[in-house]
Design a protein around this ligand. Structure first.
Ligand code: UD1
Ligand code: UDP
Length: 386
């Protein structure tokens, strides 16, 4: 039997390619929804641009890659990641015949996978498409990775209306863009259902801190650490928990500046359950992470964003996140305000998430079914409910 797109009724083969912790978290619910649908066969390929931090999440979500390129090397340069991933993916795509490649976000793995798919004349779909700062150095190299993926991809799953507008402005045809919501909210809500309630912190107020962006390596991260020390000096009921990314560029500075303070816990990166529990226990989250900015509003935790610009402006506009950059004085003054002014804190501690509602993966599957001619009706897009 043939569908109206000329495909036979055998299952459509999709290769989902990823390499790092956030891609794994954000693609796990998509893979699950694709597998439950029955129309698709999923081939999972990991570059393993991250190793331990990827394995932790493959295990957590019960994902077993069909191909593992194992490309991570310590201190890897961007060019090395690009070359090893491209060569490995070229080989895998040469062996496997697939109908589409699916990538997520803005990592070098995501960009290279889209490029490799194009070289093999395989269509590609981009989950979390259309995020832009229009500053090619921030975030580096993610802004350019996203734009390059946007040029090549055939289907663009924009998480928000703003992301769709960016793509339209760049000339992407409207029928190729679909507002799905962000799949990280699917992952988060599913995990929250399986987690026991958290009990209030007996110690006092906890600041949860993460940092890893390349543009923050060196001096900017040192300024952040100095600001955190000042906050500990001002507020004796505050403690800091800092799950350290495995990148030595982050660990060396965090350890040198913070490890001797008795109200700082520098910890190994916890798995998703552990990290979600920390977010729930936190009073304020201080981070340069993309995913954490998207998750915190579901939990009603104010986020101070350690960036000059963000490609995720929605939470700032809604008032639950604030851009503080890495200026020591600005970080200290914004934290002081939130720690001393209850009203200012409560204005930011609201559970409103502009990024998703937990149904993004199912919307993506519905849209993919249309793309492959398995349904006629255009599925509904995501709209925030506030
Ligand atoms: C990468 C992505 C970034 C994403 C981030 C999520 C690129 C260019 N960067 O940044 O967009 O926000 O992942 O965390 O795609 N390391 C380990 N074990 C691990 C992971 C990393 O030891 O499991 C160390 C290695 O020394 C590695 C270094 O961290 O060389 C940097 O890893 P890399 O993937 O190049 O960049 P990230 O900063 O992790
Ligand atoms: N995360 C985690 N453990 C940690 C730090 C982060 O599980 O120690 C999760 C977090 O909840 C979010 C994702 O990892 O879903 C974000 O990853 P990261 O900050 O490395 O990358 P980014 O989102 O900035 O690309």
């Amino acid at each position: 039997m043939e569908t109206h797109n000329g495909h036979s009724s055998k299952r459509i083969r999709l290769m989902v390619i990823f390499g790092t912790r956030p891609e794994c978290i954000k693609l796990a619910p998509v893979i699950k929804a694709l597998e439950q649908c029955g129309d698709f066969e999923v081939v999972i390929t990991v570059t393993a641009q991250h190793r331990e931090m990827l394995d932790q999440f493959l295990n957590f979500f019960g994902l077993e890659p069909d191909y593992d390129l194992n490309i991570m090397q310590h201190g890897q340069t961007l060019a090395e990641v690009t070359c090893r991933a491209l060569s490995g993916l070229d080989d895998v795509l040469g062996r496997e015949s697939v109908d589409m490649v699916i990538v997520q976000g803005d990592t070098t793995t995501a960009f290279v996978a889209t490029l490799a798919a194009y070289y093999h004349r395989v269509p590609s779909a981009h989950v979390e498409a259309g995020l832009r700062t229009y500053d090619k150095m921030q975030p580096f190299p993610e802004e350019i990775n996203r734009r390059l993926i946007g040029t090549i991809a055939d289907l663009h799953f924009a998480p928000t209306a703003k992301a769709k507008q960016n793509l339209l402005r760049e000339g992407v045809e409207p029928e190729r863009i679909f507002i799905s919501g962000n799949t990280v909210v699917d992952a988060l809500l599913e995990c929250l259902e399986r987690l026991p309630p958290v009990h209030p912190n007996s110690f006092g107020r906890m600041l949860l801190v993460t940092a890893h962006r390349r543009e923050n390596w060196g001096e900017p991260l040192k300024r952040v650490c100095r600001a955190l020390i000042k906050i500990l000096e001002h507020f004796s009921d505050v403690k800091i928990v800092f799950p350290m990314h495995r990148n030595p560029a982050v660990r060396e500075i965090a350890t040198a500046y913070l490890s001797s303070h008795k109200r700082v816990e520098l910890i190994e990166p916890p798995d998703y359950f552990g990290f979600i529990q920390l977010m729930r226990l936190a009073h304020i989250i201080v981070t340069d992470s993309g995913g954490v900015q998207e998750e915190a509003p579901t939990l009603g935790k104010p986020v101070l964003v350690l960036r000059e610009v963000t490609e995720r402006p929605e939470a700032v506009e809604v008032g639950v996140a604030r851009l503080v950059g890495t200026d020591e004085n600005v970080i200290v003054s914004e934290l002081c305000k939130l720690l001393s002014d209850e009203d200012a804190y409560m204005r930011m501690a609201r559970k409103v998430n502009p990024y998703g509602d937990g149904k993004a993966s199912q919307r993506i599957v519905n849209r993919l079914r249309c793309f492959f001619g398995l349904c006629d009706e255009h599925p509904e897009e995501f709209k925030p409910s506030f």
